[in-house]
Structure formats: structure tokens, C-alpha cells
Design a protein around this ligand. Structure first.
Ligand SMILES: NC(=O)c1ccc[n+]([C@@H]2O[C@H](COP(=O)([O-])OP(=O)(O)OC[C@H]3O[C@@H](n4cnc5c(N)ncnc54)[C@H](O)[C@@H]3O)[C@@H](O)[C@H]2O)c1
Length: 281
């Protein structure tokens, strides 16, 4: 059975692990924190219950069977034999760079690297590696087990072979790949972070509350979720980190982070993952 390596067991890593195991892959789920790994083991049955309600594809799956396909570890060297490593660590350059430097030592020229990032340049990540042509952006949408579309990002070095392999791999996960070129934020987050940030400014400026803003988006524009519900789902810390990367990358004030959004993160209000953001959970 093919072994898929997943680095980072936070919001995205756990969901990507569920998705891979549900499609018949054996998974190694690695995080630097033993506490996070212990939490991930408990999270899987909870999240699966939710996905069973949202998608018929998950209805027949048994939580213990699914968990038995996932090996949980804090040891990055367990990823050495994986043909694909999907990296989902914190949206911070230094953190990602240290992980890729370790992977470069551990893995061989047979490994493809999927960078699941909101905004960080794929080209910059690939430049750290001996085989930069094997690095591709794979921006899974949240919640990954439910969303069919994956934004794939072609870095400067990404080879056609890697693009073809990514397409095949994503097909096996029942996903449709939309390929775009590399530029921080790509398509999805360069657009969505403007919406989420401006929505936070609207709350700060007391123009409307979160419910009103999200209602206008949903009922007026037909979006499934409003910008502030989306920000809470992503994690407000990840949204703030991504805005900082966009701001630094483009040097464009349109990406300046809303001060009250930063204040929420400083106060520990991170959205769904902490139980409190623009909404309570
Ligand atoms: N949250 C979303 O909706 C979303 C959607 C698509 C992509 N992303 C991207 O996916 C990545 C992960 O996001 P997330 O929301 O899961 O973040 P998160 O904060 O929930 O999880 C990040 C995990 O990385 C782990 N980590 C940090 N340093 C590590 C290291 N050196 N080795 C191993 N593990 C390490 C942390 O312990 C944490 O568990 C980010 O780059 C983010 O931009 C997030």
C-alpha cells in the first residue's frame, strides 16, 4: 500500500490525513508536538462524524478502521520512504524552511513534495531543495475531505513530470486540480484575504457586526460562507500570518492587516480552533 507522508497535524494536516486514508492510502502523520499528535488521534473520529453528515463518500467509513491506516509520530525520519510528502506546517517562512531542510536530508530523489500553504512562494521553498523540480504547491481547500477543488501551483522549477504526478495523485483523492502559476497568495488567498481583512475593518469601524456582514455575503452574493465565518474556519492566526506574507511580498498597503484582527490573535481568539473568534463555538 502506498505510504503518504503528512507533516503538521493542525487544522489542515489532520483533514488531509483523513482524506488520504479514506481513499485507501497508508499515512504517516507527523508533528513536532507530541501534544498535537495526541490531540490529532482524538480529533479524527470527531471530524469523521462531521464529514459523514456532509458527504455520502464518508458515510460507510469506520473511524477505527480509518485511524488504523494512520501512523502518528513526532519523528520526521519516518517520512523517508514516502513517494509524496504533503507539508502543512504553520504559515511562517522560518518554520517551513526548517522543515524542508530536514526533508531534503531525509528523503530521496523519488519523493514529490506538496506544499500546502496559503501564501508562501513555492519557488522560494523549492530553492531550498536538491530536487526543486519535485516541489509543487498543493493548496487544499478547507475542509479538505469535502472540497473537491485543489489549487495546484507551478513553481519556477516544477517539472511537467511533477505536475502530471500531482494530477494523478489528486485524482486518486477524488479531487480536481486547477493549476496556476506561482506568486504569493496564488489565486484563492490573494482574493479571499482582501475580503476577510476588509470585513474585519468593517467590524472595527463599527459599520456592521459579523452576522450582518456574513449575511450580506451569503444572501446577497450567494456565497456558501461569509468572510468572517471563513476566517474563523481557517484560523485567525493563519489569516494574520498570510496577510503579513502578502504585505511583505507585494509591498502593497492593500494587504495591511486590520489592527483589531491582530489584537484578536494576540488575545488568543483564533476562531474555531480556540473556540472563539468572530463567533463562539
Ligand atoms: N487553515 C486553513 O484553512 C488552510 C487552508 C489551506 C492551506 N492552509 C495552509 O496549511 C498550512 C497549515 O495550516 P493549518 O491551518 O493546519 O495550521 P495549524 O496552525 O492548525 O497547524 C500547523 C501545525 O504545524 C505544526 N508544526 C510547526 N512546526 C513544525 C515542525 N517543524 N515540524 C512538524 N510540525 C510542525 C504545529 O505544531 C501545528 O500542529 C499553512 O501553511 C496554511 O497556510 C491552511
Amino acid at each position: 500500500m502506498t505510504l503518504i507522508g503528512i507533516v503538521g497535524a493542525g487544522v489542515m494536516g489532520v483533514d488531509v490525513a483523513i482524506n488520504c486514508a479514506a481513499c485507501g492510502y497508508q499515512v504517516v502523520l507527523m508533528d513536532k508536538s507530541a501534544e498535537v499528535i495526541a490531540k490529532a488521534q482524538l480529533e479524527i473520529p470527531k471530524r469523521l462524524r462531521n464529514y459523514k453528515m456532509l458527504s455520502p463518500a464518508y458515510r460507510e467509513l469506520d473511524a477505527s478502521q480509518l485511524s488504523s491506516l494512520i501512523n502518528f509520530t513526532t519523528d520526521i525520519s519516518s517520512l523517508s520512504d514516502c513517494p509524496w510528502v504533503i507539508e502543512n506546517v504553520t504559515e511562517d517562512w522560518d518554520t517551513k524552511a526548517s522543515v524542508y531542510k530536514q526533508l531534503d536530508q531525509i528523503c530521496s530523489d523519488r519523493t514529490y513534495y506538496a506544499v500546502n500553504t496559503s501564501c508562501i512562494s513555492i519557488t522560494k521553498v523549492a530553492a531550498l531543495m536538491q530536487y526543486p523540480e519535485k516541489v509543487i504547491g498543493m493548496h487544499f481547500m478547507n475542509p479538505a475531505p469535502i472540497k473537491r477543488c485543489v489549487e495546484a501551483i507551478r513553481g519556477f522549477h516544477t517539472s511537467e513530470d511533477t505536475i502530471d504526478a500531482a494530477k494523478e495523485f489528486l485524482k486518486s483523492l477524488k479531487k480536481r486540480m486547477v493549476l496556476v502559476n506561482d506568486m504569493p497568495g496564488f489565486v484563492a488567498n490573494r482574493l479571499s484575504h482582501l475580503f476577510m481583512n476588509e470585513a474585519a475593518f468593517l467590524v472595527q469601524d463599527n459599520v456592521a457586526d459579523a452576522v450582518a456582514i456574513d449575511s450580506i455575503f451569503k444572501e446577497g452574493y450567494g456565497h456558501a460562507m461569509g468572510p468572517l465565518e471563513t476566517a474563523d474556519l481557517i484560523g485567525l492566526d493563519t489569516v494574520v500570518n498570510s496577510l503579513k506574507i502578502l504585505y511583505e511580498s507585494f509591498q502593497d498597503p492593500k494587504f495591511r492587516c486590520c489592527p483589531s484582527l491582530q489584537k484578536m490573535v494576540d488575545a488568543g481568539l483564533l476562531g474555531r480552533k480556540s473556540g472563539q473568534g468572530f463567533y463562539s463555538y
